[in-house]
Structure formats: C-alpha cells, structure tokens
Design a protein around this ligand. Structure first.
Ligand code: C2E
Ligand code: CA
Ligand code: CA
Length: 627
C-alpha cells in the first residue's frame, strides 16, 4: 500500500503525471510563484511525502510540521490501520489541529459511510474519498488538484485578511476624520469660554430664520458695568461671570430659542414670538433671570444687563444684517435709558442716531465758534438766605438748532471725547468768573468720564493754579454713578482733591443705587438732594421721608445738605424745618448770566428774598435757560 503511494509521488513523473499537472494548472492557474508548495519545475508538481503507519504517528507528524510552520496540503488516510486509532478518528484529530488541510479518505466498500466521516472531520469541501483499490493516476490527480487549491486557499485567506485589516484601518481613519471634523465644526461654531454658540453660529441661525416666513425676535444683551468687574476683580472673575450669565440665559430663553455669545459681554438671542409685546416680556424675564447676585471667587457681584430687541415680521425687511443693526440700535438705546431695561427697536432710533451725529459735529465747532456760555444759579444758606456760591450751568446756543439743553448734549459729548474739551472750557470759564465775586465759590458739574480721566486731580489743580484761584472756591459736583462704578479709585481721587482744599458735592443724591451707608468712605463736603424728591415732598410721603433721612444722614456725617430744585415757599419752609443747610432753585433764582451773577454776588442777598417767605424770584436768565 505504502509502496504504491511512494510510486505515485516519485520525483520522476510519468507522462501521465505531466498531463495531470497541466490539467491542474489549467484548473487553478499556474501563476503561483514563490510559494511554499513544493513544485519541482514547470511541467510537474513535486511533493514532499511523509508516511505514517499508524493514525497516531500521522497526527504527531502533522503536529510537528505545523509547529515548524510547514503545514501539509493533503492527508491520505486509510480507514483501517490496525492496531491504534482508525481512519475516522485520525481524520477527526487532524482536522482539529489544522482547519485547512485537505483530507482524502481511502476506503473499501463496506467501510464507514462518507457522511459519518464528514460530520467528524469536515467541512465537506475539504474532505474527499478514493475507493480501494485505487489507480496511481487517481491519487496523483487528487493530490495535485488539492495541493493547488490548498495553495490558492492560503493565498486567498491571506489576501482576505489583508483586506479585512485595511477595512478596519480605513474605518478607524474614517472615524478619526469624522471626529476631527465634528470637533473643528464645534470649535468654529462655539465660544470656548462658555461653550455657547458663537457669533458665526448666531449669524448663521439668524440668516436661516430670515429666509423663512415665521415671525421671530432678535435680541442683544449686554452686561452693565462689566468692565468694572474685569478691572476690579480681574479677568478670571469676569470670565466666570460671563459663564454664569450664559447659563442663566440659556435656562430662561423661550423654548426653541438660541443664546449665543457674540463676544465680550454681549449675547445674541433668537426666539419665535407672537409679537413685539410678547418678545419684550420674554426679554424682561431673561433680564430678571440674570439680575442676580453671583458669587465669583468669594466676591458678590450684582449682575445686571441691558437688552434691545427687534421683532422681524413676515414682511418687509428680512435682511439679517439689518436685523442685527436694529437690535444693536435698540440695545444702545436701552443702555442710554439707564441700563437694566429692555428696549424694542423703533424706526426713530435710526433717526436719533443721525441726529446725535449732527449734534456731535455741531458741538465740536461750538467752542471755537463762541456758541457756548455759562449761566449761574445761586446756592443760598438756610438761615439768612445768603448767596454762598453759584452752580455753573452750561448753555449752547447753536446757530443751526437754536438753544439746546445740556441734558441733551452733555450725554452726547460723554460718548465721544468732546466731553474733555468741553469740560476744560467750563472749568476755565468758571474760574475766570469766580474771581469777579467777593468770596462765593463756583460749583462745577463733572461727568463721570471727566472724573475718571487719567490724572484728573493734577489736571484740575493745574487749571485752578493757573487761574490763581483758591481750591476752596471751587466745588466739584459729581454723581453717584461716577464714584460707585469704581469706588476705591474714586475714594482715592476725592481724598486727594479734598487734601488740596477743593470742595466736593455729591450731585443728584438719592437717584443712584449707593446705600447711604456707603458714602462714609468718600471725602465729601455736601450732598445735593435730587430735585425729584424736593418736587415730590408735598405730594408723597416717601419723598418727604427720603428728604428727611438724607438730611439726617448728611448731618450725622458732618456734611452740608443742599436741596436743589426748590420752587415754592412751602418747600422752603419744609426744608428749613427738616434741617437742609442750603437751598437752590427757581424759587430763589433761575440760572442767570454772568453779569447778573456778579451783581448778585456783590449784593449777597437775592432781591426780595433776604426776608424768607417772599414772592417769586426776580432774577431770570436770558436766552437758553431751561427749567
Ligand atoms: P444738574 O447738575 O442737576 O443741574 C441742575 C439742573 O436743574 C439745571 O438744569 C438747572 O437749570 C435745573 N434747575 C435748577 N433749579 C430748578 C428748579 O427749581 N426747578 C427745576 N425744574 N429745575 C431747576 P440744566 O441747566 O438744564 O442742566 C441739566 C444737567 O446738565 C445738569 O443737571 C448737569 O447734570 C448737566 N450739566 C449742566 N452743565 C454742565 C456742565 O458744565 N458740565 C457737565 N458735565 N454737566 C453739566
Ligand atoms: Ca449739578
Ligand atoms: Ca443735580
């Protein structure tokens, strides 16, 4: 038996063998170069043959070959190989060791059924049968064909594996790319500080909505006095505040809305709305939601914001750039209106911007053009109604617009650098005038920006010295806003001014948000009670109570208290009773021209007013005086 196998696979091939090899080549292709299959030359396949007399020996030989990395292509197994394990068992064990090997069962008639062996040593496409007695050619043909297929199978498996590896790699690359891309998209559309959508995302969403036909609201929100937080508590605190506010806004925006950080302390909000009234209400809710006291690094910060909102209807303007501009105008207007409020856009805002620009350019020519002048309103003592000083009030008579109230143009000057030029002119002018009075002081208004200007103290001092006036005759009027926005610095400035002998009055007192308690740390000479309280004194209990407590507080702190806007005899009596130290208002005199003020300063008493309780004021200023 073994001898016939040996002959079958002898190196020298018979003509039959060559023909079979050619047949196999035709069947499986013969481009299998550089492979591990033993192949002698082009025309014939050479086999390395291993014999085993017993099943176990065969299994062992296979095991060894596998370990050496030289697997067999085909195993010919006799079914009966007594003693030891039979062919079926041998095939089973071989299959267990090598899933690729082709098994050929060589069997006589009555042996195992092929199905049984297939079950044990399958798969069926790797198990074959040759009936005994066999032809040499049959064995060689089978071996050649199976070895060829075996080789191809191995190559195929390798190619498959390579492909599978590449697919896995591609999938990984793909996933990586996708992750990178979505990260990039996220970065491009989000603000890194808050993780909120950024300006780009906002503009995109706005453009998207503008293309539709639904009614929607575009709101802009800006934190009030955010710069102050940054300047006093540092940028980290500022960042923390921005983050908190974003959280609050995101939680309070109407459903389906978008809150984006446009930059700095500015947020943009988009939401659907049935109309302007509803939109304003929604904005007010959001404002309220972020008007809370935030704890930032151990500091309590009172957050507050201003908002402008514009509702875009189905028609006619749906240009996103224009929508943004309108929302922006509305925001500006709300800041101007005193902050902490919502302003809906209206067409006049466009108009008012244009007007402001005109005022601004007119104002810049006013100083050189001699269109400005100062008028003076006396401040009198409670006791004898003696004139102890004058408040200098600016008047502008524009050739283009006629007389314009300082309440109108001062805020415009404040927004540009004009305020400094204007302020310096007022200082110089009033210093010249005070020299014409026997001993009264002049009280000059300073806007917050003037007060916060670099080297404020030195600048004022220089002008006063230059004029040769004692600082004691120069009173600086500032408002609460000017000092409480940066309390520490303001306290320092006031202290220096006071050291140099200037007088300092806190103007419009009671209208700001400073607590009465807070003003202790500021070096002041007097408080000026805002005229709205004096006005309300006769009508509302609250105003009277406020006037009383301000006077009380002022006296307790050793400060003078000037009641401004005194218009009636009744007010004079009430204020005297309450203990105000000084009075100012139309009852005594309207602001008057320099010439009249000079005369009044000389007289010391206002004609007809030296006896308290007399009729109306006699002095009236000319053109441009407002009341
Ligand atoms: P203010 O400092 O509160 O000035 C007092 C304002 O009340 C003046 O208005 C004055 O004319 C008015 N007034 C005085 N007595 C009475 C009264 O009995 N009844 C009523 N109803 N009003 C009275 P004016 O002159 O229109 O000034 C408005 C504001 O403009 C001032 O308010 C001040 O804040 C600002 N201002 C005026 N001149 C200057 C200036 O030279 N520099 C700066 N920075 N601001 C100025
Ligand atoms: Ca004033
Ligand atoms: Ca005032």
């Amino acid at each position: 038996m073994h001898e016939s196998y040996r002959q079958s696979f002898a190196p020298k091939q018979s003509g039959d063998g060559a023909a079979l090899t050619a047949m196999a080549a035709e069947l499986f292709g013969d481009d299998d170069e550089g492979d591990s299959t033993p192949s002698a030359d082009d025309s014939a396949m050479a086999f390395e043959l291993t014999h085993a007399m017993q099943g176990l020996d065969g299994v062992a030989a296979l095991e060894t070959a596998l370990a050496e990395g030289k697997p067999y292509a085909v195993a010919f197994i006799d079914v009966r190989m007594p003693p030891g394990i039979d062919g079926k068992e041998t095939a089973t064990r071989i299959r267990k060791l090598d899933p690729n090997i082709n098994i050929v069962i060589v069997t006589g008639y009555s042996d195992f059924s092929p199905i049984e062996i297939s079950k044990a040593a399958g798969p069926t496409d790797k198990i074959f049968y040759i009936a005994k007695p066999f032809e040499v050619a049959e064995v060689v043909q089978t071996a050649t064909a199976l070895a060829g297929r075996w080789q191809l199978d191995i190559e195929l498996a390798a190619a498959r594996q390579q492909l599978a590896d590449q697919v896995v790699m591609l999938e990984q690359k793909g996933a990586e790319l996708a992750a990178n891309e979505s990260h990039a998209v996220h970065i491009a559309n989000h603000d890194s500080l808050t993780e909120a959508p950024n300006r780009l995302a906002f503009l995109r969403a706005l453009t998207e909505r503008s293309r539709g036909k639904e009614r929607f609201a575009t709101a802009m929100l800006d934190l009030d006095r955010f710069k102050l937080v940054n300047d006093t508590l540092g940028h980290l605190a500022g960042d923390e505040m921005i983050r908190s506010v974003y959280q609050l806004l995101a939680a309070s925006v109407p459903e389906g809305g978008l809150v984006a950080r446009l930059g700095g302390d500015e947020f943009g909000i988009l939401f659907d709305t049935p109309g302007e009234e509803a939109a304003v209400m929604a904005c007010e809710l959001m404002l309220r939601a972020c008007s809370v006291t935030l704890k930032v690094f151990g500091h309590s910060i009172q957050a507050s914001a201003s908002m402008g909102v514009v509702v875009t209807e189905a028609e006619p303007v749906r240009d996103p750039v224009d929508v943004m501009r309108r929302a922006d105008l509305a925001l500006n207007e709300s800041k101007r209106a005193g902050r902490g409020v919502v302003r809906p856009f209206d067409e006049s805002m466009d108009e008012s911007i244009r007007f402001r620009r005109q005022i601004e350019s007119g104002l810049s020519k006013a100083i050189a053009g001699g269109e400005l002048k100062l008028v003076y309103q006396p401040i009198v003592s409670r006791e004898g109604l003696e004139v102890i000083g004058f408040e200098a009030l600016l008047r502008w008579n524009s050739p283009e617009y006629g007389p314009i109230s300082p309440g109108m143009f001062i805020p415009i000057a404040e927004e540009s650098n004009l305020i400094h030029e204007l302020g310096d002119w007022v200082i110089d002018q009033s210093l010249q005038e005070v020299k014409n009075w026997p001993d009264q002081y002049v009280s000059v208004n300073f806007s917050p920006r003037q007060f916060r200007r670099q080297n404020f103290v030195a600048r004022v001092m220089e002008r006063v010295q230059h004029a040769g006036v004692s600082p004691a005759r120069f009173q600086i009027e500032i408002t609460e806003t000017a000092i409480f926005d940066d309390a520490d610095r303001a306290a320092d400035t006031l202290y220096k001014l006071r050291q140099m002998g200037f007088r300092i009055a806190l103007d419009d007192f009671g209208t700001g948000y400073s607590s009465l308690y807070n003003i202790r740390k500021f070096a002041l000479d007097c408080l000026k009670i805002d005229r709205s309280f004096i006005d309300g004194m006769g009508r509302e209990r609250e105003s009277a109570a406020i006037v009383h407590s301000i006077i009380h507080l002022g006296r307790a702190l050793g400060l003078g208290v000037i009641a401004e806007g005194v218009e009636t005899d009744a007010q004079v009596q009430a204020l005297r009773l309450a203990g105000a130290s000084h009075l100012q208002g139309y009852f005594f005199s309207r602001p008057i021209d320099a010439i009249d003020a000079r005369r009044m300063a000389e007289d010391r008493f206002i004609e007809g007013k030296d006896d308290p309780g007399d009729g109306p004021a006699l002095y009236q200023a000319g053109n441009g005086t407002h009341g």
